[in-house]
Design a binder for this molecule. Structure first.
Ligand SMILES: [Zn+2]
Length: 72
């Protein structure tokens, strides 16, 4: 089964294949699934950060945090 994660294009380097979503909740029922995906490098778990201003994606290519306002 193909894992369905959100994807985005990095506004810095323009790559899409190195951009992974940042998952913020540790209370979701599918957290174990995300832990497995993080081990595979497919997402980034950021724990229980409760904040209005948080980046939504991370670019593994240029190590850039991508904010929602930067996504087109
Ligand atoms: Zn990038």
């Amino acid at each position: 089964m193909e894992e369905e994660l959100e994807s985005a294009v990095c506004p810095k380097c323009g790559r899409a294949d190195h951009v992974i979503p940042i998952i913020y909740s540790c209370s979701r029922s599918d957290y174990a699934r995300y832990q497995r995906l993080e081990k595979e490098g497919k997402c980034l778990l950021a724990g229980c950060i409760i904040s209005v201003e948080t980046p939504v994606f991370y670019c593994k290519s240029c190590k850039y945090n991508i904010w929602e306002s930067e996504l087109s």
